[in-house]
Design a protein around this ligand. Structure first.
Ligand code: BES
Ligand code: MN
Ligand code: ZN
Length: 513
């Protein structure tokens, strides 16, 4: 998809599909309540072209509801598509993202190759966030995980135009549009990684992809393997990778803001730590075969971080960011770790030796690679940490495919994440940490054990990570239920979601000074 931004009158836009958002502006309640449909444009020609069909009353402008009008009178466009955003009073930028996405998903299978979207003019929609949401919605919707399908490659909407009228704040629209393109490309990059099967994306290949995206976006990259893990004494990370023929990858991407000077920089250093299990068989505690193929998405946390880093390299916030990705394949093998094994995690310093971990279940591998990733990020000087991981089935049971789980030892940092969600439109629900959970993961023979028993699995996993975050402000995102959509939504394909890229990016930007 190629995207454009133009400032023009809607009537003259020559396109296969002109998309106009519509809302239900009804405010009255009870007996007086009747739907009050409004088109979110001031263009009289568009309103006239839609009037006859709208008078029939079948279109209610509900969220992602569509109405197609062929050869609309007075318009240069071949078709006019109305898309609902639901109640006007409840509309957010995400309503625009979803509405435009719905229109593109509508267009794709109908072989419509060019579409244009009328930026809403209503006061409820700020120019910048609407322009951003529109282009994001289109680009995210145009993506299909069809890399390995020879029959579907030609179904893209090649050309997408955001149309702003001349009376809008052009600077704001330009800025929002430019950001939206970057964010959507970065999120789609994350989705491509998540879609890759385990045989096509090994830790080594993930390292290569990370290095390439870093080079393309002005980031420094370092990709290490077995030797470095031993040098740093990452006994916990290595334990997971030791059962695979594929060597692990420790990936470090660094973004330095313009004018960065290590001698004088006093701002925060943000650490983005990602779980990058390219395939999780469970190891010796092997998983059942049902749906095991989906465990290729167990690197969704690292994809979110790499996607966010790609965007950071282009948006250039004034804050230093380091991403640490711990990538391994969790396999059963003659050399694999076993239940009962004791591993020693990376020491932070001479005063803070590595914690010992009794392995109860080799399928609880995510926390083991992240333990060393968090310690390493702290050692690299990170002052604030955020990690993302497809960590627990328990989190999916708790929140469903609706919300990721959020955990934090620091309310100030978590508040910034909540603010970020307003921009990203992603849903993350805070879940508890606490000493009671720490009790559950204390081992009789080592410092910790890697599982906490049946109850509170998302929290005991998070609590395990907190031990390694120490006192550093830290957020953990359990995205197990969000990294892969099992069902199609009207505005996005099923499969790899790229969840987290947008929220993590905005969280990072909230630290700009
Ligand atoms: N990668 C899985 C978690 C997961 C489950 C991700 C479902 C996506 C969808 C993780 O490594 C895992 O196996 N966790 C175990 C932990 C248990 C052994 C304590 C789980 O959740 O069952
Ligand atoms: Mn596992
Ligand atoms: Zn896993």
């Amino acid at each position: 998809m190629k995207t454009h931004l133009v400032f023009a009158n809607l009537a003259g836009i020559e396109t296969d599909l002109l998309i106009v958002a519509a809302a239900d502006a009804q405010t009255a309640k009870g007996a007086d309540a009747k739907p009050e449909l409004v088109l979110l444009t001031s263009d009289a020609t568009v309103k006239a072209a839609a009037a006859t069909v709208l008078a029939l009353g079948e279109f209610k402008a509900g969220a992602n509801e569509t109405l197609l009008i062929h050869t609309p009178a007075g318009l240069a466009a071949k078709r006019l598509l109305l898309v609902g955003v639901g109640k006007l009073a409840k509309a957010t930028p995400h309503s625009i993202r979803a509405a435009v996405g719905t229109a593109i998903r509508f267009a794709k299978p109908r072989a419509i190759r060019a579409a244009a979207f009328a930026l809403p003019n209503a006061a409820e929609f700020a120019a910048k966030s609407s322009a951003r949401a529109a282009v994001e919605g289109a680009m995210l919707a145009d993506y299909d995980p069809d890399t390995y399908r020879s029959d579907r490659k030609d179904l893209s909407v090649y050309d997408f135009t955001v149309v702003a009228t001349a009376d809008v704040d052009a600077a704001a629209v330009n800025l929002g549009y430019a950001e939206g393109v970057i964010v959507a490309e970065s999120q789609n990059f994350a989705r491509e990684l998540v879609n890759e099967p385990g045989n096509k994306l090994t830790p080594t290949i993930l390292g290569q992809r990370a290095a390439a995206i870093a080079a393309a976006n002005g980031l420094k990259s370092e990709v290490y393997s077995t030797e470095k893990l031993h040098e740093l004494k990452m006994g916990s990370f290595w334990a997971v990778s030791q059962g695979s023929e594929e060597p692990p990858a420790l990936i470090v991407l660094t973004y330095e803001p313009e004018g960065y000077d290590p001698a004088t920089y006093t701002g925060p250093v943000l650490g983005l730590v990602g779980k990058g299990i390219t395939f999780d068989t469970g190891g010796i505690s092997i998983k059942p075969s049902e749906k095991m193929e989906l465990m290729k998405y167990d690197m969704g946390g690292s994809a979110a971080m790499l996607g966010a880093m790609a965007a950071i390299g282009r948006i250039k916030p004034k804050v230093k960011v380091i991403s640490v990705v711990c990538s391994a394949e969790n396999m059963p093998d003659g050399k694999a770790q076993k239940p009962g094994d004791v591993q020693t995690a990376m020491p932070f310093s001479a005063d803070e030796p590595g914690k010992t971990i009794e392995v109860i279940n080799t399928d609880a591998e995510g926390r083991m690679v992240l333990a060393d990733g968090l310690t390493y990020a702290r050692q690299l000087g990170c002052t604030h940490l955020i990690d993302a991981a497809t960590l627990t089935g328990a989190c999916v049971v708790a929140l469903g495919p609706v919300s990721a789980g959020g955990f934090s030892n620091n309310d100030e940092s978590y508040e910034k994440l909540i603010k970020a969600l307003e921009i990203s439109g992603e849903k993350i629900w805070r879940l508890p940490l606490g000493d009671e959970y720490l009790e559950q993961i204390k081992s009789d023979i080592a410092d910790l054990k890697n599982t906490g028993g049946r109850w509170g699995g998302a929290s005991t996993a998070a609590q395990f990570l907190q031990v390694f975050a120490g006192d550093t402000p830290w957020i953990h995102l359990d995205i197990a239920g969000m990294a892969w959509y099992e069902d199609t939504k009207p505005f996005i394909a099923k499969g790899p979601s790229g969840f987290g890229v947008r929220s993590i990016l905005e969280w990072v930007r909230s630290y700009e000074r």
